[in-house]
Design a protein around this ligand. Structure first.
Ligand code: GLN
Length: 285
């Protein structure tokens, strides 16, 4: 109950600046470790001497901490971001590193709850949010989005022996989602808040599915594939729920950095780096 109240306070505080999913989270949404403290971004050392900063591009003065590109993410979204030991790796981490290199910046990744990312970018704690984040008009009221760098698909995970065979069969079922994600938003819009159980991490929603606490999980396809591969007895429905664009989010006041990030993304697309990064983490099936 205490957690629920904390969640409500957090959501109320955030409501002014961003549109959320169903409202309150069902578990520890108010994790105070959510937004990183800026104090520890102290390593600006060799950032300026990167040779290949795009066209002599310099991002001097454009980032929260000079010489550093601070990326906010939620590192429980494989293969886009996840922990390998103590290190956050994945598609977004590699893309951010490639962008930082081009801009002559050192990359620093801050892990936080997904719902804290937009706030971190808005409040100047981070320069970019890179988190398999879907471009949505409601989010565009709070942040700018870069050009898109990947496509995401919302899919439904069920147990292998589930009687849910199509999206219509979700009617009357319990749907697990990750708090404040598009899965959360769609499930609430389409099936009503009472049908939706929110979890801080996609993995927690999947765990609830394996334990029979929910009947299905609505989540992005690449993490879904990962979760299904790592949990016995689950499958992904053939029908796609929604197709989305992923992009980096940035502070609305920082058009100059947005331009540089877009230029870097374009270069990474054009020279094949982006595809290489995708291929490194996503094997064709
Ligand atoms: N693409 C989804 C969204 O933007 C989920 C992202 C995530 O969980 N990291 O809401």
């Amino acid at each position: 109950m205490k957690k629920k109240i904390l969640s409500m306070l957090l959501v109320t505080a955030m409501a002014a600046s961003m549109l959320c999913g169903c409202g309150t989270g069902s578990n520890d949404a108010a994790d105070e470790s959510g937004v990183a403290d800026e104090g520890d971004a102290d390593s600006e050392s060799d950032a300026a001497d990167e040779g290949d900063a795009a066209d002599g591009d310099s991002a001097a003065g454009l980032t929260v901490n000079d010489g550093v590109l601070t990326m906010a993410t939620n590192a429980y979204f494989p293969p886009y971001e996840y922990y390998e030991g103590d290190e956050i790796v994945g598609i977004d981490a590699d893309i951010a590193k490639a962008i930082a290199d081009k801009l002559g910046l050192e990359l620093k990744i801050e892990d936080m709850e997904f719902e804290a990312i937009i706030l971190a970018v808005q409040s100047g704690k981070a320069d970019i949010g890179l988190a398999g984040m879907t471009v949505r008009p409601d989010r565009q009221e709070s942040v700018n989005f870069s050009d898109t760098y990947a496509t995401g698909i919302q899919v439904v995970i069920v147990k292998e022996d589930s009687d849910i065979k199509s999206l219509e069969d979700l009617e009357g079922k319990k749907i697990g989602v990750q708090l404040m994600t598009t899965g959360d938003i769609f499930a609430c819009e389409d099936f009503g808040e009472d049908a939706v159980e929110q979890y801080n991490k996609g993995a927690d929603a999947v765990m609830a599915l394996t334990q029979g606490k929910v009947d299905a999980v609505l989540i992005d396809n690449e993490p879904a594939k990962n979760f299904v591969a790592n949990n016995e007895g689950l499958k992904i429905l053939d029908t796609e729920y929604a197709v989305e664009d992923y992009a980096a989010c940035l502070n609305k006041e920082n058009d100059a950095l947005l331009e540089k990030i877009n230029a870097a993304i374009k270069e990474l697309k054009d020279d094949g780096t982006l595809q290489e990064i995708m291929d490194k983490y996503i094997t064709a099936d």
